[in-house]
Design a protein around this ligand. Structure first.
Ligand code: ASP
Length: 319
């Protein structure tokens, strides 16, 4: 009987070992992934100061996200807080660094989605809201709607005491120089996707849109399913690039749908989504994370500002 007991103990412990072996430490407890826009830039051509400015800006967001996630913050709160840091940074094409439309005005778009309940909020064409992502979150939390645009969105921002700025706040020297010169584009839409400790996924995207866009034009970034999507059962996704193509293929949801209906893994689903953009002649990229903390970056431009930080590894930053 004693022998049998020991045998059982040995068998059980070896079984535990196998289970541990089959699921090595790879799966992180939480994870944050960010992008700062895709485009045809080559980072080796950046001067040293510019290179490190981008590098450190991405790192700052990853470390903030990591520290919030480590103390148990929820994915939806982390994507919002991290997007705010990006929006306040003039390097990127969102918030403070937003690009101008063809009239020389700023029209900002943003969206956010909570994968735990499929709730979403978005704003488009706002001109005086310092942090459009905060307003998008407020639309999600405090209305029965998903998207508010233009003057209506701004009135709602005032009502909710969200920080309002003069349109001139967005006039950074860099963007105005580009507007008045031959260089008429700027990359730097931002996106954040997160897996938290509780298995929740969330996504946020914020942009000034495409430089010299037509007055009133809305791209993919504030459109749920096109530029942003999150579903706890599959993945959280944020896109960047030529928005019209991402709208036409519903890129962010396209990725999730491939996982959901075609049983693809996140890598194949992301490849498939970008392939469909490319097939139409579009360019851009995306970031995504699944419920296991698998991270993907895909783009068909020369580069994309990107990075991730998992609970069990150092930050990875590339562009
Ligand atoms: N997707 C954004 C838009 O079309 C722009 C970008 O990501 O660069 O508005």
């Amino acid at each position: 009987m004693k022998k049998f007991f020991y045998l059982l103990l040995v068998l059980l412990s070896s079984q535990l070992f196998i289970i541990n072996g089959a699921f090595p430490q790879e799966q992180p407890e939480y994870c944050i992934v960010v992008h700062g826009g895709a485009g045809n830039f080559i980072s080796s051509e950046f001067d040293t100061v510019t290179y490190w400015k981008y590098y450190n800006s991405i790192k700052e967001v990853l470390l903030l996200g990591d520290s919030l996630l480590s103390i148990g913050s929820k994915a939806i709160d982390v994507v919002e807080k991290c997007a705010i840091i990006f929006e306040n940074n003039p390097l990127f094409n969102s918030g403070k660094g937003a690009v101008v439309n063809s009239k020389g005005e700023f029209e900002l778009d943003a969206s956010i989605m909570d994968g735990s309940n499929l709730k979403a909020g978005a704003v488009a064409g706002v001109k005086i809201v310092k942090n459009p992502i905060v307003l998008a979150r407020m639309v999600m939390d405090s209305t029965s709607h998903v998207m508010l645009i233009g003057a209506g969105a701004e009135e709602f921002a005032r009502l909710k005491r969200i920080e309002i700025v003069a349109p001139e706040y967005f006039e950074t020297p860099e963007v105005m120089k580009r507007y008045n010169s031959a260089v008429k584009d700027k990359n730097g839409t931002i996106g954040v996707v997160v897996l938290d400790k509780y298995g929740n996924l969330a996504a946020a995207t914020s942009t000034g849109g495409m430089m010299m866009k037509k007055y009133g034009r809305v791209g993919d970034s504030p459109i749920i399913g096109a530029g942003t999507y999150a579903d706890n059962h599959f993945a959280a996704v944020s896109c960047t690039g030529h928005g019209e193509y991402f709208i036409r293929t519903l890129c962010a949801y396209n990725l999730v749908a491939a996982m959901k209906y075609a049983n693809m893994n996140i890598e194949d689903a992301a490849e498939n989504a970008i392939h469909q953009i490319a097939n139409l002649g579009g360019t851009g990229g995306l970031i995504a994370v699944d419920k296991y903390g698998n991270v993907v970056f895909k783009f068909n431009t020369k580069s994309m500002f990107r990075g991730y930080k998992k609970s069990n590894s150092n930050p990875v930053i590339e562009f």
